[in-house]
Each structure stands twice: as C-alpha cells, then as structure tokens.
Design a protein around this ligand. Structure first.
Ligand code: PEP
Ligand code: MN
Length: 338
C-alpha cells in the first residue's frame, strides 16, 4: 500500500505516518516528489492493513493499493521517473546515457585505449566484464580482480564511471571496492541471493532481463533489490530467446515502452546481446532510443576480430563514433539529449 500525503502536509504529519507504519512492523520508502510526498509501505502482507488507519491521519490525502505483484518498482509507487546519479552522470532523465566498452577486460592497454576512445565519441560510462558468465567452462572467464584494477585505472584516466558484472553474492564486497554500478547478467536475473545482497549495499544495480525472463519476472527481480532498501535499480532489455536462430536473441522492442508504463525505473537497451551481430547493433540502438529507452549499453572493441568474447557483436571504435552521431539526431527527435 502507498500513502499519498496532501500537497502541503507538514514534516510533523509525514513523521507521524512514518512512525505509525514502523510501529505496525513495516518498512517504509519515502518519495518526496515535486508536488507531494508518497510513503510506500513495504511488507509481504501489507494487504492486511486497513486503509482507514492512515486515511484518518492529519495530512493524508489517500491510500492506494498497488495491484501489481511488484510494489516499489511499480508506476503506482512513484509517478515520476527515477533518476539515478552516478558520479555526476544522471541515468533516467532527459539526457540519454551511453555505456560502452568491451565485453571483457582483456588487458590494461585494451581497456585504456577503449575508454579514451568511447569517451571521445561521447559515451558516459565505461563497461567491461572482469567476472564473465560463459556458456562453456573452457571459455575465457575474465581477468577477475586484475580486470577490476584496470577498469579503475581507466576511470582514473578518463573520468568515466564504470560498470562491471557481479555473478555471486560472495563477490559483492570485492567488486564494490572498484565499480560504480553493479551489472547483474541475464543468467543471474533470478539469482535471488545475489539480488538480496545487492539490495543491502548502496551502489546502483543494472539488472538485465533473463534469457527467457518475462517482463513481470524482470520487475519482480528488481523488487528483490528495492525491497532490501536499495532504490537505485535500472533494468535492461537485452533480447530474449525465441524460435529464431538467425540472430543470437530476439530484441524485444515492446519491453521498452511497456517497462516504462509499468515502472518508474530507468530502462536501458542492449542491442549487442539483443542481436549478436554488429551490423544490426546500430539500427536496433536507434529503434530503442526512438521507443523511449533511457540509455544504451554497447560493446565496443578496438579490434573485434581479436576479441576474447563477443567480437561478432562488438563495434569498432570508428563505427561506435559514427553511431553516436546518428543517435544524436534520433535523440533530439524524441525530446532527449545525448
Ligand atoms: C555482457 O554484458 O557481456 C553479458 C554477459 O550480457 P548478458 O548477461 O546480457 O548475456
Ligand atoms: Mn558480452
């Protein structure tokens, strides 16, 4: 349930409602919007609460029962879009965010070269995997902490915040010493112990849709993080598995506007994993921006033919720079900046 306060509710009235909720044994999430304050009641059995308990209190306008199974993630919970600030980079606002970099960190030189190049082309955040979820145990598994150190060095050199994947709750502390954003990969969308661990720390979480995850399951996974108190969650459409083998995955463009209807969380598109083919990355990236995505994650490699992972879907530096120019035009057409 959410409690919507009157427009001119006083801090004392808000405090009294918060105390009442806490006394009843529930957690709260306070959202101070431009117009009014909304207090979310967090708890599995909030349906047991009587609406009158709050509606009779001073300063309360109304209560709303959130019908969706995801509560804090739902649009009912916060009408305004969530904007996450990462070292001065806003994610979810008018400005589109572009996260670019190689699939895997392969060497110090490779990540530094890519970081400088994507920054030059206008990217806002540097991506790179150090702990890689590979289909085969015999494939390159990532450089581990060495990769994290190179990423941190690239941040130092360029000022770009970094995002990297975490696969296990055991790695949250270590990766948290380096990264600015935790990426949860498609294969871990329903790794609930990982989601809970990420909900208990303070850095933003980038949650990818599972290979066969429904939109509702994606938002339920986001809810796992949110329900632990971490409100900085963004969700990512990265393609789903369908009957079509001609592309690596089928990019679900519907997911972008639908997620935005259902949720206030920023929605990012990943056309690289969504297609698996570099020549399709640009067209699908443009479609995603036109459909209202809040940002893009794009794999870029100085020499894709030699990439240790996902070379086929990685853009060269030149192709990425050209795509950024094309995206600026689309962004402007849909009222966004890049
Ligand atoms: C990645 O971003 O490199 C990755 C492994 O993505 P996904 O989890 O979407 O497959
Ligand atoms: Mn990849």
């Amino acid at each position: 349930m959410i409690v919507v306060m009157k427009q001119h509710a006083t801090p004392q009235q808000i405090e009294a409602v918060v105390k009442r909720i806490e006394d009843l044994g529930y957690k709260i999430h306070l959202s101070r919007g431009e117009a009014r304050t909304i207090i979310g009641i967090i708890g599995a059995d909030d349906y047991l609460l009587n609406r009158d308990t709050f509606e009779v209190m001073e300063g309360v306008e109304k209560t709303v029962r959130v019908m969706q199974p995801f509560k804090v993630a739902s649009r009912d919970f916060a009408q305004e879009d969530t904007v996450i600030q990462v070292n001065g980079v806003p994610i979810g606002g008018e400005q589109l965010v572009v996260m670019a970099g190689p699939c895997s960190v392969e060497s110090r030189e490779q990540i530094l070269e890519t970081a400088h190049a994507v920054k030059e082309a206008g990217a806002h955040i540097l991506r790179g995997g150090a702990f890689k979820p590979r289909t085969s145990p015999y494939s390159f598994q990532g450089l581990g902490e060495e990769g994290l150190r190179y990423l941190a060095e690239a941040r130092e050199a360029t000022g770009l915040p970094i995002i990297t994947e975490v696969m296990s709750p055991d790695d949250v502390a270590l990766i948290g010493e380096y990264t600015d954003i935790f990426q949860v990969g498609a294969r871990n969308m329903q790794n609930y112990s990982l989601l809970k661990a990420l909900g208990k720390q303070e850095k933003p979480v980038f949650l990818k849709r599972g290979l066969s995850g429904t939109i509702q399951e994606l938002l339920m996974s986001a809810e796992y993080v949110l329900s632990q108190g971490n409100m900085q969650v963004m969700v990512c459409e990265r393609g789903i598995r369908t009957f079509e083998p001609a592309t690596r995955n089928t990019f679900d463009i519907n997911a972008i506007p639908l997620l935005q209807e259902l949720s206030h969380l920023p929605v990012i598109a990943d056309p690289a994993h969504g297609t698996g083919k570099w020549s399709l990355v640009g067209p699908v990236a443009k479609a995603a921006v036109a459909a209202g995505a809040d940002g893009l994650m794009i794999e870029v490699h100085p020499d894709p033919a030699k990439a240790w992972s996902d070379g086929a879907q990685s853009l060269t530096i030149d192709r990425f720079a050209k795509l950024m120019d094309e995206l600026r035009v689309i962004a402007q057409a849909v009222g966004r900046t890049l």
